[in-house]
Write a protein that binds this ligand. Structure first.
Ligand code: C2O
Ligand code: CU
Length: 501
């Protein structure tokens, strides 16, 4: 009896001991990842490499007067981290792609060749164009095949971009290196010429992407990375020769939200957003860009100085746990600006840049449709993307107001193809001034409701849909995407072509 009881006691002690070890172990792992999750490279980056400048894509004008570009997706190797080789993908090169540039009023034709061994697409993010030319998941291009979309540029001067959009694999294809800038000019618009506009001199593409690497330099295709590359350059510096510098900043990252500012906290002017120039320059010390968004800023430079473009901790509006693991505690040194001793004077910034979006300033009866989109759990309105399902039918030339609600406990954003929209309110308030121009992507912290005004014009097609989706690429890949068709008055939706090809 006594012996039985002491054996039982020994067993209980054993179990308690093992249980305690497990608890301590788990707590240790949690604490370790809690404290190591934030990434902070401020003051740690030796800026040793000149910033790579994506070349301007060459083009020809064909017999029909169309501006013709050639773009090939290909595999390669790049030295992304100094001294290591990474297997990469790029357009017309090993990593990223050339900057395409065209003017309002021109017809462009892009001869795309898929030189990869997987099917992909090229989507023109921010572009107003027919759905069949959009390069979404329905315009898949098989390995070795070509695709030649053509459309007329008819929208204001803007910083757009292009990237693959294969359903379920966008994050993978973008992270391997397929992305590039597409700059639109408007020769009839005086403001864009009054801003710094010499490409690579005082008008600089700044494609910001975070990456992570394994020990041998292999590129990991994940969500958040601990290394920030600009135009594919690690630790980049830029020699500045002018008193004003225009940076066209594109967040081409899979999931990361940046909160850009300068290392000495100086003010800069935000002059453009996704769809073009703002109504007027906005003086700011910080600019938040979520994945897919663009911001054009003008920085005033003093002779001989060095100042760093930095990303400060972004306010993601999430709880303390998500804040640490979604990058809310991360800081990065992004790009060092090195001023020459003698700087060329720059024109003063115009006070007025572009007409403000005015979609709902027209007669109120023009607003015909109200739609609500709820973002929750990688679904939009409770549904996951289905390539064969049309989710919304929009009548052409109709002003719509969309209410977009993030009811999730993580952040999302919403990107809409084909249109640039006007942000009416965020949580009932007028949007911040840097959201006062045309937008194609809007950031939504948890619990945020945005109201947008949109108007789809020119192109109708009952069968070929445009996409709307979260631009956190894993969310998009997991189905946080919906399909809309734009139809003529009285027309009903057709059905998307059989998958992909
Ligand atoms: Cu930048 Cu639908 O994508
Ligand atoms: Cu999302």
């Amino acid at each position: 009896m006594a012996r039985g009881r002491s054996r039982l006691r020994r067993w209980v002690l054993w179990l308690v001991g093992i249980g305690a070890l497990v608890v301590v172990g788990v707590a240790g792992v949690v604490a370790y990842s809690w404290y190591t999750a934030p990434v902070d490279t401020v003051g740690m980056v030796a800026f040793k490499q000149p910033l790579a400048l994506p070349p301007l894509a060459t083009s020809t004008v064909d017999a029909d007067g169309r501006r013709v570009f050639d773009l090939t997706a290909q595999a390669g190797t790049g030295e992304l981290l100094p001294g290591t080789e990474s297997e990469t993908w790029g357009f017309n090169g090993a990593f990223l792609g050339p900057t395409l540039r065209a003017e309002r009023g021109e017809v462009v034709l892009v001869n795309f060749h898929n030189g990869l061994d997987e099917a992909t697409t090229v989507h023109w993010h921010g572009m107003h164009l027919p759905a069949r030319m959009d390069g979404g998941p329905h315009q898949m291009v098989d390995p070795g095949r070509d695709w030649s979309p053509t459309w007329k540029i008819d929208q204001p001067a803007a910083t757009l971009w292009y990237h693959p959009h294969p359903h379920g694999a966008t994050r993978d294809h973008v992270n391997r290196g397929l992305a590039g800038m597409f700059i639109l000019d408007d020769p009839t618009d005086p403001a864009s010429r009054a801003l710094p506009h010499a490409y690579g001199v005082d008008d600089i593409p700044v494609i910001v992407q975070d990456r992570s690497f394994d020990d041998s330099g292999g590129l990991n295709v994940g969500n958040l990375g601990d290394v920030v590359l600009v135009n594919g350059t690690y630790g980049p510096f830029l020699d500045v020769t002018t008193k004003a510098l225009r940076l066209r900043v594109l967040n081409a990252s899979a999931a990361r939200v940046y909160n850009f500012g300068l290392s000495d906290d100086r003010e800069f002017s935000v002059v453009g957003s996704d769809g073009g120039l703002l109504p007027e320059p906005v003086t700011a010390r910080r600019l938040v860009l979520s994945p897919g968004e663009r911001g054009e800023i003008v920085v005033r430079i003093r002779p001989s100085e060095t100042v760093v473009l930095r990303s400060y901790e972004p306010d993601l509006g999430v709880n303390a746990f998500a804040r640490r693991f979604d990058g809310g505690k991360d800081r990065f040194d992004v790009l060092e600006l090195r001023a020459a001793d003698n700087l060329t004077p720059s024109a003063t910034l115009p006070n007025v840049l572009a007409p403000a979006p005015d979609l709902v300033d027209g007669p109120p009866d023009e607003v015909k449709v109200d739609r609500t989109f709820t973002l929750q759990g990688n679904k939009i309105n409770g549904r996951s993307m289905d390539m064969a399902r049309i989710d919304e039918v929009v009548e052409v030339n109709t002003t719509e107001v969309w209410q977009v609600e993030n009811t999730d406990d993580t952040y999302h954003n919403l990107h809409v193809h084909d249109v640039q929209f006007q942000v009416l309110t965020i949580n009932g308030d007028p949007p911040p001034a840097e959201y006062g121009g045309w937008k194609d992507t809007v950031f939504l912290a948890p619990g945020t409701t945005a109201r947008l005004a949109l108007r789809f014009s020119d192109y109708t097609d009952p069968d070929h849909p445009y996409m709307l989706h979260c631009h956190r690429l894993r969310h998009e890949d997991r189905g946080m995407m919906a399909q809309i068709v734009v139809v003529k008055p009285g027309q009903t939706a057709g059905s998307p072509p059989a998958h992909g090809h």
